[in-house]
Design a protein around this ligand. Structure first.
Ligand SMILES: Nc1ncnc2c1ncn2[C@@H]1O[C@H](COP(=O)(O)OP(=O)(O)OP(=O)(O)O)[C@@H](O)[C@H]1O
Ligand SMILES: [Mg+2]
Length: 223
């Protein structure tokens, strides 16, 4: 089984979109796939029950073949360490790792982090550390537009400090990139040692809190 940890340069950068498209791509290729969002913050209430918005979105664009590992859920839309503290608990990392280890009989386990790569689960564990502990391959989701070079280069060197060699997916690529965006892609390609494994176009009307399965084209990734 390959475990892919989908992290990003920031919150709202396209990790859930990428995770959903990745799961669907791999299912279409005939693989058995599981999706796991270890900690969901900013959970929404639906029919009196708290739901993981990221998990619902990924399910909404995949077939029923997708296996879903239930996340730990908190209400506050914040970093996991804070969302948990607000509910008077500390996140149990070993329990999360065990949930991932318990997954069997799939070819791919897609794990989506929370926020950016340095965001903490608690005082001693963040997303990069969790990826390392999982023994997962790191996929870093980056933006395409102005500002992405600083975020992406910092995230790559942070990953390296955990001996993680990130592959890159760039989300929100303009159909006709201007000079800045075209250069961003070239610079990220060079800095990452040519490890861009996919790009996702700028999708009009995309909202990952809409679970109707609309607005998501087929995208292939070079995993
Ligand atoms: N390729 C894209 N085209 C258009 N909009 C995008 C794209 N990628 C992300 N977005 C916008 O960003 C929003 C958040 O995307 P997504 O939920 O995938 O981010 P995330 O990194 O998973 O966030 P979180 O940190 O909350 O888990 C989307 O609802 C959409 O509005
Ligand atoms: Mg998400």
């Amino acid at each position: 089984m390959r475990t892919l940890f989908i992290s990003g340069t920031d919150t709202g950068v396209g990790k859930t979109l990428t995770s959903g498209l990745m799961c669907r791509h791999l299912l279409n290729e005939g693989f058995k796939v599981a999706y796991f969002k270890p900690v969901q913050t900013g959970a929404q209430e639906l029919d009196g029950k708290l739901i993981s918005v990221d998990t619902e979105y990924v399910k909404s664009i995949c077939s029923d073949e997708l296996r879903v590992i239930e996340p730990v859920i908190f209400k506050l839309p914040a970093s996991p360490h804070l969302a948990a503290a607000e509910e008077g608990v500390e996140i149990d990392i070993d329990a999360l790792l065990q949930k991932a280890k318990d997954v069997d009989d799939v070819d791919y386990l897609i794990v989506e982090g929370a926020g950016g790569i340095a965001v903490p689960f608690n005082n001693s564990m963040d997303m990069a550390g969790f990826c390392q502990k999982l023994g997962a391959e790191l996929i870093l989701v980056c933006r395409a537009n102005l500002g992405t070079l600083n975020h992406t280069f910092l995230a790559l060197s942070y990953a390296e400090s955990f001996q993680l060699e990130a592959s890159i997916i760039i989300s929100g690529c303009a159909e006709n990139p201007d000079v800045i965006e075209a250069d961003n892609l070239k610079m990220i390609e060079a800095k990452s040692g040519g490890r861009i494994i996919g790009t996702i176009p700028l999708l009009s009307g995309l909202d990952t809190e809409d679970f109707s399965g609309k607005n998501t084209p087929e995208i292939n990734f070079n995993v």
